[in-house]
Design a protein around this ligand. Structure first.
Ligand SMILES: [Zn+2]
Length: 360
């Protein structure tokens, strides 16, 4: 492997009797790995070497209501820019890990009935990237699964056997690490907690049912409640923000209004936290994790949200399940997705026995 350039020698190790050991590491000049995290409203792309160290990264806004050709085409362009900035070429990309915000049939690498992005159903994402990155092995997973993998690789989830990563953004989902491994379930849909019913008479969800957690507590629900508060005249701060934004309220406005002491905004955030906490309490009783990490755009909402989630979980879960339970925000934030995507690509790159790049 040294002769073929897969490993490089760092020198001699300390002998413990017998022949002197040689210290080796993977040759980080072998090629590159890309991690792509596609959210409902944002793209994060990172280029790493084959040891997983990030060399370049970029982010920009997107909208998954656009066609997969448009969004994935933009991902390809951005990745090519990162590769060029590194002085490399597209055929030096050996692996690409991609997270997408919907249910993924992991074995086939396709989205199945994705509520947020119906136009992406069964789109061949792997083939799309293989056209440009001909040497790359491409792995597609759910966006929250890759965040859980990122937390495990580079965050506080390192070394923890049983934890849940919850993403709260335009949608709500959970990535489950069980016995140190990601749990995708038999078809890949494990952790899709956004469509657990909270109120049978609640608002219509993008999945077609009523009162799902996502429809009641995620970003769009927060905006809708904020608009109601403005219409009902109970939030002067949000009214002002709406006027200065040209008639629009964004989730971050609700957070800012809350920080400025607006009671209606505080109530909206607490309500979301409580509903998310109630669902998490059931998961805690069912799965008994030692940690819950919270990430995603709405997670930037800070302590009011976290306190409401914690209170609901502690109130509704069994004491044995919560005695040692830690619930906190992910400290690696927006890096969790790309780190996990890179980690996933690396796992598969080195695991494939007939991978043409690694035949020894
Ligand atoms: Zn739903």
């Amino acid at each position: 492997m040294v002769d073929k350039g897969y490993l490089v020698e760092l020198g001699e190790g300390v002998s413990q009797g017998g022949r002197k050991p040689r210290l080796l590491r993977i040759n980080n000049q072998l090629g590159y790995i890309a991690g792509i995290d596609i959210g409902a409203t944002s793209l994060d792309i990172a280029l790493a070497d084959v040891t997983g160290s990030i060399l370049q990264r970029c982010s920009e806004a997107t909208d998954v209501h656009f066609s997969p050709d448009t969004v994935l085409g933009r991902c390809s362009e951005l990745l090519l820019e990162l590769i060029q900035a590194q002085g490399a070429t597209s055929d030096q990309i050996l692996g690409i890990g991609i997270g997408v915000p919907g249910p993924v049939d992991f074995a086939r690498g396709v989205l199945v009935a994705p509520p947020l992005m119906p136009g992406w159903e069964h789109f061949p994402i792997q083939d799309f990237f293989k056209k440009t990155f001909i040497s790359a092995f491409v792995v597609v997973d759910n966006d929250v699964n890759i965040m859980a993998l990122g937390e495990q690789r580079a965050g506080d989830g390192a070394g923890i056997d049983h934890f849940i990563f919850v993403k709260i953004g335009t949608g709500i989902g959970a990535g489950i690490i069980s016995n140190g491994k990601i749990h995708r379930g038999s078809d890949g849909s494990a952790g899709d907690i956004g469509h657990i019913c909270v109120d049978k008479d609640g608002p219509l969800c993008s999945c077609g049912n009523r009162g799902c957690l996502e429809a009641m507590a995620a970003g769009p629900a927060i905006i809708s409640k904020a608009m109601d508060a403005v219409r009902n005249g109970i939030s002067p701060t949000l009214s002002q923000m709406r006027e200065s934004n040209g008639g629009v309220i964004r989730p971050e406005d609700v957070n800012s209004a809350c920080r400025e002491g607006d009671q209606a905004a505080l109530d909206i955030i607490r309500d979301s936290g409580q509903m998310i906490g109630d669902v998490l309490a059931s998961l805690v009783n069912f799965f008994n994790p030692s940690h819950i990490f919270i990430g995603g755009g709405i997670a930037n909402f800070g302590n009011h949200l976290l306190v409401a989630i914690r209170r609901a979980v502690l109130h509704r879960s069994l004491p044995l399940a919560t005695t040692h339970l830690s619930i906190k925000f992910s400290r690696i934030g927006s890096n969790a997705g790309v780190m996990g995507a890179i980690s996933l690509a690396l796992d598969y790159l080195f695991a494939i026995e007939d991978n043409p790049h690694f035949i020894v």
